[in-house]
Design a protein around this ligand. Structure first.
Ligand code: AQP
Length: 354
């Protein structure tokens, strides 16, 4: 191998209803990347165990995320769509990475701190080690590019650190077995086994905020349903949630400098810009100086126009769970074949096989 083949990988956890944030920050990018890259998209059900779902919720959640992928336009024939638990190599590589990553690296992860809250001692080991499994998800395919929202940036940096340390620790064996790709680490050029993955985080929708608090990320696990727009919400739900979205009494500013201290106004304009695939400046040119009583109905109409076809298609797909399971099973077989290739190498590199 002379260089890494460009390959896109990303995953979504079946931890609840998909939100507009998941769609704009991740899934819509997944769809666009299909035209230019080979892509692997995964329902990361092992990660969802960190929230202790009931077995039935996990089964339903897995199908719902797969349905959202398909309904949004992901092609499971041209690309690969599967669920993480179907490919045991993710867990196997995660264990290797548990032994590569340092406690200090994981201790810095802000998502763990936020999710564990004050009761850190009571958080599961799985929640703490989650970023190592995420690194394994990506690197078991030696994926080069990962589209994600802004909240996953730190985890992707950790993935890069893990790849770098693995490459360094096993550089001599990688060279001896002729499995590597020349890469620079510091001042040295070595033969490395894993690519240093590039995150794809850009555009106006990298961090969609809660409709109830413009300083908090919109999240599928937020206890308040009014904080988010779910992909499966009806037109009435969407209109109601946007009507009730927190704002301030001022009209919309004429340009983006006017967002200072107005996170809710910025978030709604951001959502409008992302849905209409334009910039915040362009939205403010149209709506600057207008009251929210004018802007909110326009936003609701746009959101319904963009999301209703996806929700309809999701409902149609969810009515036939057997079909969704079959799509995932086929994807799982294809993903397993690729992951096993990597693990044959990794087992040899680390000495688990000769
Ligand atoms: N608010 C958001 N804005 C933009 N992108 C977002 N993503 C999540 N929330 C936003 C992106 O969606 C992808 C899938 O996320 P995930 O399921 O892996 O988990 P997450 O990042 O922890 O998302 P949630 O919705 O907040 O889930 P819970 O509540 O279960 O933790 C990722 O690419 C993520 O960046």
């Amino acid at each position: 191998m002379s260089s890494f083949e460009p390959l896109v990988f990303s995953g979504v956890q079946p931890t609840g209803n998909l939100t507009l944030g998941n769609y704009l920050g991740a899934i819509r990018k997944f769809v666009a990347l299909q035209d230019t890259h080979n892509c692997i998209y995964c329902v990361v059900d092992l990660h969802a165990l960190t929230i202790n779902p009931s077995p039935q919720d996990l089964i339903d959640g897995r199908r719902a995320i797969a349905a959202a992928f398909l309904a949004s336009g992901i092609d499971p024939v041209k690309h690969i769509v599967f669920n993480q638990a179907a490919v045991f190599q993710h867990s196997e590589l995660a264990w290797v990475f548990n032994c590569i990553a340092r406690m200090g690296w994981l201790n810095r992860m802000t998502q763990f701190k936020e999710k564990a809250g004050k009761d850190r001692e009571n958080a599961s080991v799985g929640l703490f080690a989650y970023p190592n499994l995420m690194a394994a998800d990506i690197l078991v395919y030696r994926a080069t590019h990962v589209p994600v929202g802004d909240d996953q940036k730190q985890h992707l940096e950790l993935t890069r650190d893990i790849a770098q340390k693995f490459n360094w620790d096993y550089r001599e064996r990688t060279k001896a077995l002729d499995l590597g790709v020349p890469m620079e680490i510091g001042d040295e050029t070595i033969d490395g086994y894993f690519p240093i993955t590039e995150p794809l985080i850009e555009g106006p929708a990298t961090r969609i905020m809660s409709l109830r608090d413009g300083t908090k990320k919109m999240s599928k696990s937020d206890p308040s349903d009014l904080s988010r727009i779910n992909l499966t919400d009806t037109a009435d739900d969407i209109a109601k949630k946007i009507r009730k979205a927190k704002t301030d009494p001022e009209p919309l500013p004429g340009d983006t400098s006017g967002f200072q201290g107005r996170p809710e106004a910025e978030n709604l304009v951001n959502i409008y810009a992302a849905l209409s695939e334009t910039s915040n400046d362009a939205v403010l040119q149209e709506f600057g100086g207008q009251q929210f009583s004018v802007f909110k109905p326009a936003l609701a109409e746009l959101a319904v126009e963009k999301l209703a076809p996806i929700a309809d298609e999701m409902r149609r797909l969810m009515a036939d769970p057997g079909h969704i399971d079959a799509v995932l099973a086929t994807g799982g077989e294809r993903a397993s074949a690729l992951a096993e290739k990597t693990m044959v190498d990794v087992r040899r590199l680390v000495g688990l096989t000769v």
